[in-house]
Design a protein around this ligand. Structure first.
Ligand SMILES: Cc1cc2nc3c(=O)[nH]c(=O)nc-3n(C[C@H](O)[C@H](O)[C@H](O)COP(=O)(O)OP(=O)(O)OC[C@H]3O[C@@H](n4cnc5c(N)ncnc54)[C@H](O)[C@@H]3O)c2cc1C
Length: 400
């Protein structure tokens, strides 16, 4: 340990992302001396990349049921004390124009930069200090709190907040540092996997997705009883799009996924009706427009290869019922996902059973806090993960 006297803070926050900056400004406004340390050259990189550059910063319909965790009750307290309406009020206070897209998702009209600037302005107003390119090499505990040795000096603090996020997109500064700290303090870390991530295929379906790459289709996509009604997007390697990303949070290696291509109708009735309405037409020519010509040809190869040029009248009803059941329950087995390279979030993380749901403080280690994605709390696509970052950041920032 360096012999020079370390600078003393009320709180040091590792990670200047969504949750860390939120926590810092809240604690700073309470008059506390706060330092944010980030190993990256810039804070808030994921905010800048989010929502296609417009940051889907929250959702009108935040519910605990939209979050996955080994302990589904954990997120309730923080989410109910700092709600989407509180964050919207902050956005409006800063005059940031925003709009609602589908399913209550709120985006900046202009740029995600507005959200980062808002957080940085709040931090500056609260006197928060921020150091980038700062790596912490050593954490020591003592009666008054923690002493940290970093490449930019030695710091002491009463409270240490870990806001280092998950493992997704390493090029945006992600690291496993938060989990290492948990291990240093003997806290359980649940297994982690990539979430909100596209599926890949290696069987004959890969050829099909490659051929259809770029096509989006409205479907109901299910895995083990959970269903999302949204678009899927065929890619060169598999399936992406909002429905696929959502369902990836519920998928485990080896699971099959089920695609309902006729989500608004009874598929049998739909196909029998097509026969009645268009007896002289080819099936591929009377399918709804959303399927595209190419997709219809591919489906024909898969499901009625024996009758590509036969009119619908030549299909026995029983055969049409079989085809209907394929459309209703197209079962595919992904080889895996694209992994952390493209995932939006990390599933799993620090076991919330060792954290206070009110304050985010570690139950066995006074003064040590974990917030944001590093915890085993993962939201749906649609602004839920940021709302968790804001709410957990505020819970900690108000408590020490
Ligand atoms: C491409 C992309 C788009 C997304 N879009 C959305 C969206 O529109 N809406 C939504 O709700 N969610 C979105 N998310 C998810 C959302 O960005 C995260 O859930 C959220 O940023 C998590 O906040 P956090 O504070 O826990 O971590 P982060 O925001 O990831 O911040 C972690 C910070 O810790 C720093 N850090 C890492 N290691 C160290 C270390 N060793 N020492 C010091 N600092 C360290 C990092 O540099 C980073 O600044 C998106 C994610 C990605 C990858």
């Amino acid at each position: 340990m360096s012999s020079s006297t370390p600078t003393q803070y009320d709180a040091v926050i590792f990670g200047g992302g969504a949750s860390g900056l939120m926590c810092a400004q809240v604690a700073g406004h309470r008059g506390l001396k706060v330092l944010v340390l980030d190993s990256s050259n810039k804070v808030g990189k994921k905010i800048l990349m989010s929502g296609g550059g417009r940051c889907n910063f929250t959702n009108y319909f935040i519910e605990p049921g939209c979050f996955l965790s080994n302990n589904p009750h954990f997120c309730k307290s923080a989410l109910s004390r700092y709600t989407q309406w509180d964050f919207i009020a902050l956005v409006e206070k800063h005059g940031i124009a925003y709009h609602e897209r589908k399913h209550g998702e709120l985006f900046c009209n202009d740029s995600a930069k507005d959200i980062l600037k808002m957080l940085l302005d709040e931090c500056a107003d609260a006197g928060v200090q921020i150091k980038t390119k700062c790596t912490v090499e050593f954490i020591e505990t003592h009666e008054q709190g923690y002493t940290l040795r970093s490449n930019q000096g030695v710091f002491s603090c009463r409270n240490l907040v870990i806001a280092t996020g998950g493992l997704s997109i390493p090029t945006l500064g992600s690291s496993g540092f938060g989990y290492e700290i948990a291990e240093q303090f003997d806290l359980p870390v649940l297994p982690r996997t990539a979430g909100l991530v596209p599926f890949i295929f290696t069987d004959q379906i890969k050829q099909l997705t490659e051929t259809l790459s770029g096509l989006a289709v409205d479907v109901a996509l299910s895995v083990k009883g959970t269903t999302f009604r949204e678009n899927i997007l065929f890619t060169h390697r598999g399936i992406s799009g909002p429905a696929a990303l959502q369902i990836s949070n519920y998928w485990k290696q080896g699971d099959s996924i089920s695609i309902n291509l006729i989500p608004d109708d009874n598929a049998e009735a739909f196909f029998l009706n097509l026969k009645k309405q268009h007896p002289k037409s080819l099936l591929r020519n009377v399918l709804p427009e959303k399927f595209s010509k190419q997709f219809c040809l591919e489906l024909q190869k898969l499901w009625w290869p024996e009758a590509p040029e036969k009119p619908l009248a030549a299909f026995p009803d029983q055969r049409l019922k079989e085809i209907a059941s394929r459309f209703e329950n197209w079962t595919l087995k992904p080889a895996g996902t694209e992994g952390y390279r493209t995932a939006e979030v990390t599933l799993g993380g620090i076991d919330t059973n060792c954290i206070s749901s009110k304050t985010m403080e570690c139950k066995t280690q006074p003064g040590l806090y974990f917030i944001g994605e590093v915890l085993d709390v993962t939201g749906w696509l649609g602004g839920f993960n940021f709302q968790w970052a804001w709410a957990s950041g505020v819970a900690a920032g108000e408590s020490f």
